[in-house]
Design a protein around this ligand. Structure first.
Ligand SMILES: O=C(O)CCC(=O)C(=O)O
Length: 250
């Protein structure tokens, strides 16, 4: 599609539990077939709109863009972020003991967009050009605004993040969080807080997972260690931080 043209945006078909076990290719064929009553929504874009699919989860609004970035674009961004980012392996206190968290992290964003999780207090580093470009691309495609990003670097299959919800007060009610994956594909899991059902999503190189609505209120998520050897993976979660007791975007 050409620059700044009107395009027709496909309304995705709902996925079901079969998605867990599908390859990307099969998943696209299965989930993105047009229903007979599909709607066409004219929309202005400056580049190809990525294909998206809604994940069928009660009490949640979760959308997956399996190829948000092409493989070449994703590889170039991955390499830049790996080299440019000021990675740090943070320490937390657990049962009175200091432990290193099993991944490297970094926090970038607008001045004042501070974030506290697991007892770690993060002051944002100023946006780099690479991060600003990614943020603007995501904002334009998902129609949301972000003022900060948490980067996680999983060096190998032993690195992970445990069960949690992104529900800290500074994220406000029903936050929209855009999660970009680069590098090795890993399994990402959701678990419903009440009925305990689980949904697994295979997050591949260049994919974007958008979590909105009541997702954080009703679901936890984690990135478990992997039983088989994997290469390194970088994940970016773009967020909107409410700070100074007022909404920063005002
Ligand atoms: O690496 C991921 O896909 C998940 C990261 C995550 O859950 C978080 O940053 O809160």
């Amino acid at each position: 599609m050409s620059m700044m043209t009107e395009i027709f945006h496909r309304t995705p078909v709902q996925c079901d539990s079969k998605c867990d076990s599908m390859s990307d290719h099969d998943h696209r064929l299965f989930c993105l077939q047009l229903p007979s009553s599909f709607q066409v929504v004219p929309r202005k874009v400056t580049h190809n709109m990525p294909i998206s699919t809604t994940i069928n989860m009660p009490d949640a609004t979760v959308t997956l863009y399996p190829h948000f970035y092409s493989s070449d674009e994703a590889t170039s961004i991955y390499t830049q972020l790996l080299n440019e980012t000021q990675w740090l392996q943070q320490e937390i206190f657990l049962f009175g003991k200091r432990i290193l968290i099993p991944r490297e992290t970094a926090w970038y964003g607008d001045k004042g967009a501070c974030y506290i999780y697991s007892g770690i207090s993060l002051e944002p580093k100023p946006w780099t050009l690479t991060l600003m470009r990614i943020k603007e691309r995501i904002e334009s495609d998902v129609q949301s605004t972000f003022n900060s990003v948490l980067l996680n670097h999983y060096r190998n299959e032993k690195d992970s993040v445990g069960w949690h919800s992104d529900d800290e007060p500074e994220l406000g009610n029903n936050p929209t969080i855009a999660s970009l994956s680069l590098g090795a594909a890993r399994k990402f899991q959701f678990q419903h807080k009440v009925d305990k059902r689980r949904v697994n999503i295979h997050l591949t190189h260049g994919s974007l997972l958008l979590m909105g609505g009541a997702t954080q209120q009703f679901w936890k998520h984690c990135l478990p260690k992997s039983a088989s050897a994997t290469g390194s993976r970088i994940n970016l979660t773009f967020r909107w931080i409410i700070h100074n007791n007022r909404i920063a975007r005002e």
